[in-house]
Design a protein around this ligand. Structure first.
Ligand code: CP3
Length: 348
C-alpha cells in the first residue's frame, strides 16, 4: 500500500492539482525498445509467460522507472488476459501480434462463462504487490484493462484488424449477442480492476484503443455506456477510485465521453483539437497525452517542437504528459531522454 502522506504528482493531477511541471509517463513504456526488456523477454519464453510470472513482470514494470524516472509505472500485462480468463485461447506470435480463436457465432457467445476464472489473475495481483513494494512512494502505480469494445474486437476477429469490421458487423447484425459479450466483459473488468486497486494499484486506466472506428450512436452504446458501468462498479467497491479513460480516436466525442463516463482523466491521441479539448474537456477533467509517437521517433527539432506544442496547448491546465498512443519497438532511447528533459525544464 502507498504511504498516503507522500505526494504523488500523477494522483495530484487526477485530484485537481495543476503543477508547474506536468507529471509524465509513456503508454507501453515497458517493451522491446529497451535492451533490458528484450533480455527478460527472451528468458521468459512466451509473452503470456512473462505476464503471468510475477517476478519477471514486476522487473519489466520497474525497468522504465529505473532508467527514466517516470512519474507512473504501469502494470506489465496485456488487455487480452481477460479473454484468456474467460476460457478463450490467446496466443502471441512473434511478428504477428495476438491470435485468438474467433468468437463470431451467436451460440458461442451464449456459451461464454458469466465470470472470468479468478485464478488466472492471481499472479497479476502478486505482480502489483511486488512492484508497489519496490516503487518510491511518489511514483504512481497504474493498473489497467481493455475496454469491452476494444477487447471484443480482438475476441470476435481473433486478431487485430485495421478497421474492426468483424466486430462492427456483428454489433449491427446481432446486437443482442454483442450486448451479452459486452455485459460479460463489463463484469469481468469491474472485478479485475477492483482487485488491482486492492493489490496496490493507485489508479487504473481503461484502454479503448479502437473506440475511434465507431459512429457516434454506436460509440455511445459500445464505448461510453460500458465504460460508465465499469467506472460506477469500480467506485461502488473502491470509493474515490481514480480512473483514466483512453477512447483513442474519439475526437469531437470526447466531451460526451467524459461527461457520461465520470472518468477523472482522459487520454487523447495526437489528432485532438486543442481548443475543443481545453474548453470542453480539460475544463472538467485532467487530460493525458498527446505527443505523436512519430515525432518521438524523428527526434531533433521536430521532437522539440512537438513537445512544446503539447505543453503550450495543455500545460496551463491539468495535464499528465504522455504519448498519443503506445511507444514503438524502434524508438531511440536518446529521444525519450530528450523529451523528458524538455518537459521537466518547462515551467507553466
Ligand atoms: O504500457 C505498458 O508498458 C504496459 C504493458 C502493456 C502491454 N500491452 C504490453 C505488450 C499494455 C498496457 C498493453 C495494452 C494493450 N495490449 C492494448 C491497448 C493499448 C494499445 O497499445 O493500443 C492493446 C490493443 C493490446 C493488444 C496487443 N498486445 C497487441 C495488438 C500486441 C501486439 C503488438 C506488438 O507491439 O507486438 C500486444 C503485445 C504486447 N503487449 C507487447 C507488449 C510489450 C509486445 C509483445 C512482445 O514483447 O513480444
Amino acid at each position: 500500500m502507498t504511504d498516503v502522506r507522500s505526494h504523488q504528482p500523477v494522483l495530484g493531477v487526477l485530484s485537481g492539482e495543476r503543477p508547474a511541471v506536468p507529471p509524465i509517463w509513456m503508454m507501453r513504456q515497458a517493451g522491446r525498445y529497451l535492451p533490458e526488456y528484450r533480455e527478460v523477454r527472451a528468458k521468459a519464453g512466451g509473452f503470456l509467460n512473462l505476464c503471468f510470472t510475477p517476478e519477471l513482470a514486476a522487473e519489466v514494470t520497474l525497468q522504465p522507472i529505473r532508467r527514466f524516472g517516470f512519474d507512473a509505472a504501469i502494470l506489465f500485462s496485456d488487455i487480452l488476459v481477460v479473454p484468456h480468463a474467460l476460457g478463450r485461447t490467446v496466443r502471441f506470435e512473434a511478428g504477428e501480434g495476438p491470435r485468438l480463436d474467433p468468437l463470431d457465432r451467436v451460440e458461442d457467445i451464449a456459451d461464454l462463462p458469466r465470470e472470468a476464472d479468478a485464478s488466472v489473475f492471481a499472479p497479476i495481483y502478486e505482480t502489483l504487490r511486488l512492484v508497489r513494494r519496490e516503487l518510491k512512494p511518489s511514483v504512481t502505480l497504474l493498473g489497467f484493462c481493455g475496454a469491452p469494445w476494444t477487447v471484443a474486437t480482438y475476441m470476435i476477429a481473433g486478431k487485430g484488424t485495421s478497421d474492426q469490421a468483424p466486430a462492427r458487423l456483428l454489433a449491427y447484425r446481432e446486437p443482442k449477442a454483442f450486448a451479452t459479450l459486452v455485459d460479460v466483459l463489463v463484469e469481468a473488468c469491474i472485478d479485475y480492476l477492483s482487485a488491482q486497486l486492492e493489490a496496490g494499484a493507485d489508479a487504473v486506466q481503461i484502454f479503448d484503443t479502437w473506440a475511434g472506428v465507431l459512429p457516434p450512436h454506436e460509440f455511445a452504446r459500445w464505448s461510453i455506456e460500458p465504460t460508465q458501468r465499469i467506472v460506477a462498479g469500480v467506485r461502488a467497491r473502491s470509493p474515490g477510485a481514480k480512473i483514466i479513460g483512453f477512447p483513442r480516436g474519439a475526437g469531437a466525442l470526447l466531451p460526451d465521453y467524459i461527461e457520461r463516463t465520470g472518468v477523472d482523466a482522459v487520454g487523447m491521441d495526437w489528432t485532438a483539437e486543442p481548443r475543443l479539448i481545453r474548453e470542453r474537456v480539460q475544463s472538467r477533467v485532467a487530460v493525458q497525452g498527446n505527443l505523436d509517437p512519430m515525432a518521438l521517433i524523428a527526434g531533433g527539432d521536430a521532437l522539440d517542437r512537438a513537445v512544446d506544442e503539447v505543453l503550450t496547448n495543455y500545460g496551463r491546465g491539468r495535464l499528465i504528459f504522455n504519448l498519443g498512443h503506445g511507444i514503438q519497438p524502434e524508438m531511440p532511447i536518446a529521444h525519450v531522454e530528450r523529451m523528458l528533459q524538455r518537459v521537466r525544464d518547462h515551467r507553466a
